[in-house]
Design a protein around this ligand. Structure first.
Ligand SMILES: Nc1nc2c(ncn2[C@@H]2O[C@H](COP(=O)(O)OP(=O)(O)OP(=O)(O)O)[C@@H](O)[C@H]2O)c(=O)[nH]1
Ligand SMILES: [Mg+2]
Length: 197
């Protein structure tokens, strides 16, 4: 069982991207996927969207898995492993979560996965605004990720080269994939996103 952990600010395109990744894994690669949806409130929207697309989804509500309900996430992954035994677990974090913090907890306390990857989605249209207003959160979400997806490149915003340069100033080795999740992703992008050890 391999785990893909998706973070990124509110509305950055996590659900839209995960839908494409999950469809690629289930239809083209014929692999079994379970999605864990973490939302802070008592009821969710994205979990229904996944379920309506024919995907298996487990919801974790009532707190953020990176700080308040980390143990719930670990027990949910254990339960999924035992009862469903999928090839992949894809986790959508809340928009305010720190993926690398959750990654550290999972690496420490969960023994049931064979490979793991942390992916943070950055919204091209809001990069300048968010880096100006919420720099610690944006930096915290990017630092320690295995891959950055620079999304919404169809929208106007900061020059893509400038964002890439600034991402590499944060981490010079950072892998960055540039997409528009609103359009069909290429096979090369899909493979790059799911490639993990
Ligand atoms: N133009 C454009 N819109 C996009 C793109 N990707 C996502 N969107 C839109 O952006 C909005 C937010 O996308 P979601 O996938 O729901 O984002 P999210 O990160 O899951 O949002 P939360 O779960 O609420 O944090 C939706 O209206 C999407 O249709 C893109 O590449 N281009
Ligand atoms: Mg979402």
């Amino acid at each position: 069982m391999r785990i893909l952990l998706f973070g990124g600010f509110l509305g950055s395109g996590k659900t839209t991207t995960i839908l494409q990744i999950a469809k690629y894994l289930t239809t083209i690669r014929q692999e079994k996927v379970v999605i864990i949806e973490n939302e802070i409130g008592a009821a969710g929207v994205d979990d229904k969207l996944f379920a309506n697309s024919g995907l298996q989804v487990k919801s974790l509500f009532g707190g953020c898995v990176c700080c308040q309900i980390t143990s719930d996430l670990i027990s949910t992954i254990d339960e999924i492993n035992e009862t469903m035994n999928p090839d992949w677990v894809i986790i959508e974090m809340t928009g305010l979560a720190y993926p690398s913090k959750t990654a550290m907890s999972l690496k420490k306390y969960s023994k049931v996965y064979s490979a793991f990857k942390t992916i943070t989605i950055v919204d091209r249209g809001r990069w300048s605004e968010l880096i100006a207003m919420l720099k610690p959160l944006v930096l915290g979400q990017i630092t320690g990720s295995d891959l950055i997806i620079l999304n919404k490149v169809d929208l106007v915003g900061e020059a893509i080269e400038k964002i890439e340069r600034e991402l590499h100033e944060i981490d010079e080795h950072m892998k960055v994939v540039i997409i528009s999740a609103a359009k069909d992703l290429s096979l090369a992008v899909l493979e790059e996103v799911v490639c993990c050890e």
